[in-house]
Design a protein around this ligand. Structure first.
Ligand code: 2BA
Length: 106
């Protein structure tokens, strides 16, 4: 058995959790904080068989893989409104796959 830790941005956590639940995976959500930015993120714990690890990673990729998004920002310049559109990178996840010595539900 494997225990997978998936660290995602808070806004992506519900989509990833729902995607995993729909495929029958059990998920525990932990509120976590990144040590570098000191911002809240979400750590998901998924216990599953070794042969299903790739399926979990594929769901994570599908629901929150790195992607680009157009971000519109309105600003007041010299008495006029200017709308600036920039492409920003969003999404992505950090994944750890660990061995589980023993798993019991009592
Ligand atoms: P990411 O590498 O995408 O990491 C996002 C979050 O995933 C991290 O939040 C941390 O909570 C977790 N994480 C990533 N790699 C980890 C690891 N090897 N062990 C344990 N947890 C890990 P933050 O620590 O707030 O980092 C946010 C972003 O800042 C990182 O995005 C990375 O782009 C940058 N970063 C983090 N640490 C850095 C460092 N020591 N030097 C330069 N940039 C760093």
């Amino acid at each position: 058995m494997k225990l997978i830790y998936v660290i995602v941005r808070n806004i992506d956590s519900s989509r990833v959790t729902e995607g995993l639940n729909k495929k029958g995976f059990y998920v525990t959500k932990l509120a976590s904080t990144g040590g570098f930015l000191r911002e809240g993120n979400t750590t998901l714990m998924i216990g599953t068989d070794e042969n299903k690890v790739d399926e979990v990673i594929n769901v994570v990729k599908k629901e929150c893989g790195p992607r680009q998004q157009i971000f519109s920002n309105s600003a007041v310049g010299t008495g006029e409104y200017a709308t600036m559109q920039v492409m920003v990178n969003v999404g992505g996840a950090t994944i750890f796959v660990t061995d589980v010595d023993r798993f019991e539900k009592i």
